[in-house]
Every structure is written in structure tokens, then in C-alpha cells.
Design a protein around this ligand. Sequence first.
Ligand code: BGC
Length: 475
Amino acid sequence: MSSRSDEPVFPRHFVWGASTAAYQIEGAWNEDGKGPGIWDTFCHRKGRIFEDQTGDVACNSYHLWEKDLKCILQLRLTHYRLSFSWSRLLPNGTTDHINEKGVAYYNRVIDDLLANHVTPMITLYHFDFPQSLQDRGGWKSADIADIFDSYARFCFQTFGDRVKLWLTINEPQICCTMGYEEGIFAPGLQELGTTAYVVGHNMLRAHAKAWHSYNTIFRKQQGGLLSLALNSDWAEPLNPSNPDDVSAAKRHRTFELGWFACPVFSTGDYPVAMRARIEEISKAVGYDGAPRLPRFSEDEPPVLGSADFFALNYYTSRKVRAAGTSHRELNMKTDLELERIIDPSWPVCGVKWLAVVPEGLRKLLKHIKVEYNNPAIYITENGFSQIGPVEMEDIQRGRFYWDTLCQVSKAICEDGVDIRGYFAWSLLDNFEWSDGFSVRFGLFHVDFSNEEFPRTMYHSGKEYAAIISKNCQHS
Ligand code: BGC
């Protein structure tokens, strides 16, 4: 861990933010004309979520926005990243019907932020897909790309006079694998081996269409920037002198980040190694259907170059070891053939998957610089959770923000990575998907047992605020 004398340094216009997502904080799941989303359906079925909890009320941010705003101002954030609930704006997912109350809610949030000199960054889709579109095939169906494009255009048209930073889709890799392969996220499908690739493909097509719409119709007048938020762990070989582990770690990077980053930032197609690997495994398993990894059509807007910056969500690192399978089953595990290991020297705090490895972020940032042509990067999510009895004096989490920002500072100053901003996940304790409210990522504690849902700043929030006030040079 770095020492306090090792002060981090940031460029003059560095952006200081925190992130949230609609389903995780808003509540009001069926109020004021909102249509149902797949997370409503998923959580209302028993046995899916920790103690069958739901986001029906969550932090009640739909009714308590002023409280969230106070938190944002207390931290002195320059930016706040939130997501729109697609079905709050368009109850059946299409522009056939617009819910004016949903529009009014987001107008108010955006206007309040701007009135307080906080810049909004909006995610159009953060896991909470409209149920009525899911019923028509959702991301599996090719026409979703046009439907998403219409939703995006509607948002640019309605809010783009004030919103200048857009993200289309949050973490497509997580949506595809957890939602369609493993089934532990909504819509809870376990269609092994092909669906995740089809869904990912339609997400990329949808994203590219929306970027091109923005670029040709809105950019000139609105002057904003648009990207998609990609998640990635840092992966390195367990034994660097074992070539099998080295290729397994590469495979991990290719299938996690490369899957979406390569088409957008590098070649316009999936990584060559990914296509080759999937073909090889398909053959070995005796699969002779349509190619599992689709091809981009030349008749559609190109996916290459469809991002104005690189948005990265980073949480953790893994050591990777090659792990042979019998090649009998068609699924993503077989495609990957690897084991993900947490190095014993890495502290694991809060949730089991989250080994705390701030230096992994620096390595990943450097990798992105080299691999994806030195893009401007925003770290759009990064954080560390607590579970069990609440600790308001969460010293370790405070330390985590310090250590992480030291690594970000080194990536900027020593590695020359073009990092424009950092968004902590999350502003508030909130509904942590399958873990319900048992896992707390907030800079602010939320008392879910009190009907006023009071928000109280943790020690870690104070630490983050102190780093911001020391380094923020915005006027
Ligand atoms: C998601 C957030 C989530 C966080 C912590 C990210 O994958 O974008 O919605 O709460 O990780 O698990």
C-alpha cells in the first residue's frame, strides 16, 4: 500500500464523480406510469435474490432525489453518473408511448445538478430492460438495435440540450454472461454457448446505431460525447513462465474486455483469437450449426470508432491458470478453459469476488492505452463493499480510495495514460443485484429500516471528499 507522503496528482480538469443506476436506487417500480422491467419480474420470483429482496423501493430516490443531491454536494463532486430507467420513460420500451412523468423526473434531476454546477453523465441502459421488449425476444432479437436507437434518439432529443456525456449500455459482458449464460441476473436465462454471443452482438449493433444517430443528427448542435461502459478485471498468468497460463490469461482478457473493446476501438470485428477459439471449440464439440459468434454486416453503421472515449468499470484482479475441459459441452466455460484464482496476498473484503487490488487498475489502464490506441479514459465505476454489521468508520474502505487514486495518478503521470476522470461506485448503499441489500458499496450509508431512508456519510466518503477538495481545480 502506498504511504501518505506519496500524494496523488491529477490534471487540472480531472473529473470527480460517483455513479448509481436506476433500478438500484429509484424504487417506485410501478408508480407514475412506469412500465415493468426485467429486474422487477426477476426479483418478484422467489429464490433469485438474497432473502427475496427487491428493488421495489430501494433507496426511494424517485421520491427522495433532494437527499441524493445533498450527498453529491457534500462530496463536492464535479460529475454524477446516473442511469435512466428505460421503462420509466417509455413504459413498453418503444416511443409509441412516452411517460411524461418519467420525463419530468429526469428533467428535474438534470436541472438540479446543473443548477448546482454538477455535470450529469447518463447511462441509457444499466441492466433494467423493459419487460414488454423482453417478451418480444429482447436482446436476442435483431430488431432490438433499431428499437434501442429510437429510445436513444428520444433521449438525445429530450435531454441532450443539457446532457453532454452519454453512455449507451452498461457492462454488456456482464449482461450477456450473467443474464443469458449463467442465469443469475435478469432475465435469468441459461441458454448455454451461443445466446450470450448473439445478445452481445445485438448490443454492439444497438450501440453503434445510437452513436451514429448522435453523430449525424445531434452532435453539431449538442456537442456531447458518447460511449459504452465496459467492465474488466485485470488478469495475469498464475505462473508467468508457463505458456499455457500465459495464453489462458490472454484468453481471459480477450473474452472479457476484447469481446466489446476490439470491435469498437480496434478493428471493427471481434478479436481474431476469440473467433478462432470459438470455431475450434465448436468443431471439437461436434457443433455444426450457424457460427456462434455472429458477423457484422457491411450494410449497417460501422461499430469501429463508435465511441468518443473509453469508459471503464474496474473492480478486481485475478490470477489465471489454464484448465483443461473434456470439450464435450457447448458453453462459455469450455470456450475459456481457465480457472480464475485470487492471489493469497490480495485482501478480500466485502463480497467474495472482490479482491482489493488497486495496482491491477494501473496495469489494466496501461493495457488499454497500448491495446486500444491511447484513448481518453473515464473510470466510470470502481469501488469496494462491506457486508455484515455496518461500520460507519470504514477505515479500510477509506484507505482503498486513497490507494486506488494513487495508482490512477501514477498511470497518468508515469505511464502517460490519458485518464479524464474517476467515478466511485457508488454514491449510496443500494440494491446490489443478486446480493440485495446485504452488500453495501455506498460512500453514504442508507438506513433501509427507517422510512425516511436517511443517508449518512461514511468515513470512506469523507476520505474521498478530502481527496477531491485537495485535487479538484475546477472553478
Ligand atoms: C455494476 C453495478 C454493480 C457493481 C458492483 C457493476 O458490475 O455496473 O451495477 O452494483 O458492479 O457489483
